[in-house]
Design a protein around this ligand. Structure first.
Ligand SMILES: [Zn+2]
Length: 314
């Protein structure tokens, strides 16, 4: 048995798997504040899952952990994390290893998600594909010739910060006109806020009691609200600009989408596909499949487990 842990800013998700990637047990808890509480939550989750199976932590061969931020996988250190400020040059792997007696391996969470999809999801069917995670920001990953591409430092494919307008909106990354300023859930909310100031929409009713969210825009679009649909389609247009660039660079067989905003694919994809047809190069843009990640909830934890399995070199 092997464990995989996915530490996000909101939840810590854990799975137990075998060598083939079958999920034997799963659990999740809210992410606590301090580093010590996070360690205790990880141990608690492992214990609970294994107890249900009549087993214990010492039965694990390895623990793989995926975490957001700059990770030094070789040293097992979280250098910095945007979501968890308690971690600064934090030797997470060593600490969990001491507490469990099991080998622990660390990976960036976005890379872990790509590895998980490559191992157990749609990614199995293709040799060359790109992953796009449409959430608060836009994350990405790529598999090239059936290998997960990691770049020099393990944090490549920051597709969200691809410039699509050189003089565009400032981005917290320090640049301007980054894709995620136009095609993320955050961008959708910003755009909808602006448009509702000038136009009629069923969103006005809901705005009396709640703040605009990407989910709200999606729900109102489903009920037929024209403005909500227009906002989603505008985001789809910008997404298409980003995808056209990716298609020209990677010539992928598929693009696999994850993240909350990917649920709105019925509004995003038609216009994005049209933009790609208009702008990407002939010979590269045809036969690209648009797919939604199979089991987003557990894929990053599965990928983290796979990192552990492969690092053991069995
Ligand atoms: Zn940026």
């Amino acid at each position: 048995m092997y464990a995989g842990i996915d530490i996000g800013g909101t939840n810590i998700k854990a799975i137990i798997t075998n060598r083939e990637g079958a999920i034997l047990a799963a659990g999740s808890e809210r992410t606590p504040k301090t580093a010590e509480e996070i360690n205790d939550t990880i141990i608690g989750l492992l214990r609970k899952m294994l107890e249900k199976k009549g087993s214990r932590i010492s039965a694990l061969q390895s623990i793989g952990i995926g975490a957001a931020g700059a990770i030094d996988g070789k040293k097992g250190i979280v250098i910095t994390s945007p979501n968890i400020t308690a971690w600064k040059n934090y030797p997470l792997a060593t600490i969990i290893e001491k507490k469990t007696g099991v080998r622990v391996f660390l990976e960036n969470d976005a890379t872990a998600a790509v590895i998980g999809e490559w191992w157990t999801g749609h990614g199995k069917k293709f040799k060359n594909w790109v992953m796009l995670t449409l959430g608060t920001g836009i994350g990405g990953g790529a598999v090239i010739d059936n290998k997960v591409y990691t770049g020099q430092s393990g944090s490549s494919l920051e597709i969200g910060h691809l410039t699509i307008d050189y003089n565009g909106k400032p981005c917290p990354c320090g640049s301007r006109g980054c894709l995620e300023r136009y095609a993320s859930a955050t961008a959708l909310v910003e755009l909808t806020k602006q448009k509702t100031k000038k136009h009629q929409s069923s969103l006005h009713n809901r705005m009396k009691t709640e703040a605009i969210s990407a989910r709200m825009v999606f729900e109102e679009a489903n009920k037929g609200d024209a403005l909500a649909r227009q906002c989603l389609e505008e985001v789809g247009f910008f997404l298409g600009i980003g995808i056209a660039g990716l298609v020209n660079i990677f010539n992928p067989e598929a693009i696999i989408f994850g993240g909350g905003l990917s649920h709105a694919h019925r509004y995003l994809f038609p216009i994005a596909k049209k933009v790609v047809q208009e702008r990407a190069l002939p010979g590269l843009k045809d036969n690209v499949k648009y797919l939604i990640i199979k089991n987003e909830d557990k894929t990053p934890a599965l990928g983290a487990a796979k990192v552990g399995i492969d690092s053991l070199g069995l």
